[in-house]
Design a protein around this ligand. Structure first.
Ligand SMILES: Cc1cc2nc3c(=O)[nH]c(=O)nc-3n(C[C@H](O)[C@H](O)[C@H](O)COP(=O)(O)O)c2cc1C
Length: 187
């Protein structure tokens, strides 16, 4: 069978699931995000595409700080809650144990294994979304998720999201090591 043009506007991409946090009117708020990624490694930049209607957006604009938290698969329920209900309707400030780092206004979720603290660097508006670009100022990792001083994804147990069915998926088996297995190709 050949290729079929699907016309789908949202391609079926596997995406990591995160919680993006910012202080809004002095209170921590978090929303579920899958449209984020690294943009550059040195200096390290992260990009997050968010709806212009999100309550969290004002907090990012006001404080010029935010953070990205990587939840484990056991947090699926609370992560989904943060993606279902806007901070304008429900108070999400007490859902997690929150701590602050050197930027002082970017609330981080203690229950998440990895917290990426960012300073707002730039942004680009589209019709309905805005790409928030942050410079990473620090990355915090739960001690028990470290192995030889590196974050161990097995211990982090992150979640992947997949359109269009919208399941939350645990990471699976290692099939090869990147930057290594390709060296064998064609030999
Ligand atoms: C699995 C999942 C993924 C989501 N990904 C995004 C995303 O990448 N960008 C976005 O703007 N909203 C995304 N959302 C929607 C927001 O999380 C949701 O609208 C949230 O209530 C906004 O919160 P706030 O208004 O308190 O900021 C996602 C929701 C879910 C459940």
């Amino acid at each position: 069978m050949g290729k079929i043009k699907t016309g789908w506007k949202l391609p079926p991409l596997p995406l990591p699931v995160a919680l993006l946090g910012a202080n809004v009117s002095g209170k921590a708020n978090f929303f579920t995000i899958v449209w984020f990624n690294m943009l550059q490694d040195d200096p390290p930049l992260v990009g997050a595409a968010m709806s212009k209607s999100h309550y969290t957006r004002q907090g990012i604009k006001d404080n010029k700080t935010f953070n990205v938290n990587m939840p484990s698969s056991s947090m699926a329920e609370i992560v989904d809650y943060c993606g279902l209900y806007p901070g304008s309707k429900v108070d999400k400030s007490n859902l997690f144990e929150v701590f602050y780092g050197e930027l002082e206004t970017a609330p981080m979720v203690n229950e998440c294994a990895v917290n990426i603290e960012c300073r707002l660097m730039d942004s680009k508006e589209f019709d309905t979304t805005e790409l928030i670009i942050g410079e990473i100022v620090e990355v915090y990792c739960e001690e028990k998720c470290l192995a030889e001083n590196k974050a161990d994804y097995r211990k982090m147990d992150p979640m992947i999201f997949f359109m269009p069915e919208s399941p939350y998926i645990k990471t699976g088996d290692v099939i090869a090591n990147a930057f290594e297995v390709g060296k064998k190709f064609g030999q």
